[in-house]
Design a protein around this ligand. Structure first.
Ligand code: MG
Ligand code: MG
Length: 266
């Protein structure tokens, strides 16, 4: 069931997104060699809870009924594509770290992600971040009323695969609103003109998960962690977008992050 949003609902989504943006901005202040991913998770959780909101990922049911997601952030280092569980791993110079944050505020969900560079990273990792972020904006540009879901996926896939990167197919973007994950699914691959038609007021998360090497991934036994099969790095950028008749409206913002760090994808 697809829910098109009214202006007052989009305003609430924007508020939830703003809180996620500020949380990521707070986390960004501490992203450096020597900190553990668990410590970053605590910073985010405290920030969200102290702003009358709820961490949306914490307790989220997974494929194993006994293992809901334990953290407030998904923290995915290097070959971890997404859904990394906060733990005692100490960030090292040269790592890349994908931080995905979700929060529920006043009945609406914010959900977006950013991949950070820890200190100096290799040119290969830099190229991965650049292509992943650029592919996201390619996808966003197709989020126009009258286009179809496949137009978004096609543009992300083409952009990345033509440059030699692997597009993860098993995990997808999604609608967002009063639920964290709403219809329709928004894959990062597809055919032009395929799938559901996009309509004004549809709010979606577009989130390319892109690998430096093979597109193949493995699912770990913790029920969450997704890694690249070849052990090469992966990146993940995500925005919340409202479909418009003309230029798509990006509801989420990386501004709070980029007040703190230089964009690693440029
Ligand atoms: Mg997300
Ligand atoms: Mg998402």
């Amino acid at each position: 069931m697809i829910h098109l949003k009214l202006p007052n609902e989009i305003a609430k989504l924007r508020s939830a997104a703003e809180l996620v943006g500020k949380t990521l901005g707070e986390v960004a202040k501490y992203v450096r060699p020597g900190i553990t991913t668990f410590e970053l998770d605590q910073i985010a959780e405290d920030y969200i809870l102290s702003h009358n909101a709820r961490p949306a990922f914490k307790g989220y049911p997974g494929p194993h009924p006994d293992h809901p997601f334990p953290g407030s952030l998904c923290l995915s280092v290097n070959e971890v594509v997404v859904h990394g569980i906060p733990n005692d791993y100490v960030l090292q110079e040269g790592d890349i770290l994908s931080v995905d944050c979700g929060a529920e505020l006043d009945g609406f969900f914010g959900d977006f992600a950013y991949t950070f560079a820890i200190g100096e990273i290799t040119p290969d990792k830099k190229a991965l971040l650049k292509v992943t972020a650029e592919s996201l904006y390619e996808g966003i540009d197709r989020a126009r009323a009258g286009n179809r879901v496949g137009d978004i996926g096609y543009s992300v896939q083409q952009y990345c695969e033509s440059r030699g990167f692997g597009v993860v197919k098993e995990l997808v973007g999604h609608g967002v609103g009063r639920a964290l994950h709403e219809d329709p699914q928004i894959p990062n691959h597809g055919k032009r003109g395929d799938g559901k038609k996009l309509r004004e007021g549809l709010t979606i998360c577009i989130e390319p998960m892109i690998n430096a090497g093979t597109e193949k991934v493995c699912f770990m036994e913790d029920g969450w962690t997704v890694k690249t099969e070849d052990g090469k790095a992966a990146a993940h950028y995500e925005h919340m977008v409202c479909v418009r008749k003309g230029v798509p409206e990006i509801i989420s913002m990386w501004d709070y992050i980029e007040e703190v760090v230089t964009p690693p994808y440029k």
